[in-house]
Design a protein around this ligand. Structure first.
Ligand code: HEM
Length: 325
């Protein structure tokens, strides 16, 4: 009960922020902006240049929808905390607000704007379908905010502003820890419902190409930012810890969060589709969804093994062996 009350209050505060930001300039109508991919069109995500005010408004709209849905979604307490931390960080980053500013009064809830509708009284099925999109939208918000935080940290490191870089690495880690929480939020729907009703909407003939996680452009932005960071700070954990222990820890926390995200994707896909090939894989291909995601986890863990304190050297050696054979 207390948890739902707190979430309703948070949703009301986000709604108030939406109203205040909309008063400055209204939200863009997403449907009027062409989608860059089938995946964007399906998940109702768009890419467009925005003013700071508009970026804040659209970010807070995603947060507001997410909070409204979290009032009902059976997400674990641990993931709830991680997702809320990501949402909080995104509001701080997008509005430029100082952390810790607490409102005196909690506003009344406002009607959601431009939302996949999971309104009160709607059927459970429509709430689950809306949740699939809402959780993905929060995930995209975290991907883009993480990419910006990592790029900022990299720039600060190149400029020699180590303290600012540490802060932005910590912000990025909050987002990356939020990735699997938002992914799990999207998936707090019965696996039977996913298999029977949602999965087919992500493959032809419902859409022109089968959807795959690989098509998420915000996530690609994040991967590119991580690659650039590691090209600027490629040192092994030991070398970096000797030169700059705080940076070694901050980079390590970010990379660990990235590995765990990969690990959790494996188990999530197993819960949803068991041993099936994904909708994006050829029926005769070598891997199913779980095997493909596991391979991604192993490649990432191998790449990071020497960069973190508790690296997976066992897998790193195996991957290196495979590359040489
Ligand atoms: C809210 C976020 C996400 C959720 C809930 C999610 C969930 C899932 C599920 C349920 C599957 C099995 C698909 C099926 O066969 O029905 C899957 C597969 C997969 N996901 Fe994700 N995913 C998310 C984001 C991402 C992202 C950002 C990537 C980026 C690399 C990704 C990469 C993959 C890959 C490679 C597969 C297996 C093969 C394929 O479908 O291409 N996913 N995911």
């Amino acid at each position: 009960m207390e948890r739902t009350v707190a979430l309703r209050q948070a949703a009301a505060v986000a709604g108030e922020l939406v109203a205040a930001l909309s008063a400055l300039a209204p939200a863009l109508v997403g449907e009027d902006v062409p989608a860059e991919s089938t995946s964007q069109s399906y998940f109702r995500v768009r890419e467009v240049e925005l003013s700071d005010q508009q970026a804040a408004l659209h970010g807070v709209l995603a947060v507001h929808r997410g909070l409204e849905d979290l009032c009902e979604a059976p997400l674990s307490g641990a993931d709830l905390e991680l997702e809320i931390a990501g949402m909080r960080q995104s509001v701080l980053d997008l509005t430029g607000a100082a952390p810790g500013a607490v409102p005196d009064t909690v506003p009344d809830p406002v009607a959601p704007v431009g939302v996949p509708d999971a309104a009160a009284g709607a059927s459970l099925e429509s709430a689950w379908s809306a949740r699939w999109l809402i959780g993905h939208q929060v995930h995209v918000l975290f991907n883009v905010c993480a990419a910006v935080a990592v790029a900022d940290a990299t720039r600060r490191l190149r400029d020699g502003d180590g303290d600012a870089a540490l802060l932005r690495l910590a912000d990025a880690t909050v987002y990356v820890r939020g990735f699997p929480a938002a992914m799990t939020h999207a998936s707090t729907i019965p696996a039977d419902y996913y298999m029977a009703s949602i999965r087919e909407t992500m493959a032809p003939p419902s859409v022109d190409v089968p959807l795959s996680g690989r098509q998420h452009r915000g996530y690609k932005l994040f991967r590119a930012a991580m690659k650039h960071l590691l090209s600027v700070v490629p040192d092994s954990y030991e070398d970096l810890a000797a030169r700059d222990p705080e940076l070694a820890e901050a980079r390590g926390a970010l990379l660990e969060a990235d590995i765990v995200d990969g690990e959790r994707h494996v188990t999530l896909a197993y819960s949803m589709v068991h041993l099936r090939r994904s909708i994006a894989q050829k029926p005769e291909g070598p891997d199913n969804a779980v095997a493909e995601l596991r391979l991604m986890r192993h490649r990432r863990a191998a790449q990071y093994a020497s960069l973190i304190r508790f690296g997976d050297h066992y897998v790193a050696d195996a991957v290196a062996g495979l590359r040489h054979s």
